[in-house]
Design a protein around this ligand. Structure first.
Ligand SMILES: Nc1nc2c([nH]c(=O)n2[C@H]2C[C@H](O)[C@@H](COP(=O)(O)OP(=O)(O)OP(=O)(O)O)O2)c(=O)[nH]1
Ligand SMILES: [Mg+2]
Length: 132
């Protein structure tokens, strides 16, 4: 049995009710798809700590607090993940792809125009029904 990878996923929402997406580099697992920024939670790190670290590293945003939104376990053929999804409404800085990846602010109601990893389906449904 494969070990489940604990991933912190951040949905940051700006004052225009847009959320930040980043494009996963082609060579990575689920490459070429759009994602919410985030990454693996390290040992002795909280999900919030992981998001603070990953948001700075990946998209150059400073965040300080998060709130729980959803918890999804999903088995890809090649990887088992647990997505610990948090919302972020307090942030500063201008989002930019620090690893050369495309980043984009997208209206919640337009999220269905983007291709996400399979595990993200319930996230999109919940966001769309919140009608932010
Ligand atoms: N960040 C993020 N990961 C997602 C989403 N949906 C989804 O299935 N995943 C999966 C893809 C990957 O298997 C895993 C995230 O791992 P990752 O490789 O990006 O982790 P990381 O940023 O810590 O990267 P690294 O240190 O391994 O380079 O979670 C999502 O919306 N955002
Ligand atoms: Mg990542």
């Amino acid at each position: 049995m494969q070990k489940r990878i604990h991933v912190a996923v951040g949905i940051v929402i700006n004052e225009h009710k847009q959320v930040l997406l980043a494009k996963r580099p082609e060579h990575l697992h689920q490459g070429g798809k759009w994602e919410f920024p985030g990454g693996k939670v390290e040992q002795n790190e909280s999900v919030t700590d992981a998001l603070i670290r990953e948001f700075k590293e990946e998209v150059n945003l400073n965040i300080s607090s998060t709130t729980e939104f959803m918890d999804i376990s999903h088995d890809y053929p090649d990887k088992h993940v647990r997505l610990d999804i948090h919302l972020i409404t307090d942030f500063n800085g201008n989002a930019s792809g620090m690893e050369g990846q495309q980043v984009k602010w997208v209206k919640v109601q337009s999220l269905n125009e983007y291709e996400f990893p399979e595990a993200n389906k319930p996230i999109l449904e919940k966001l769309i029904h919140l009608s932010l």
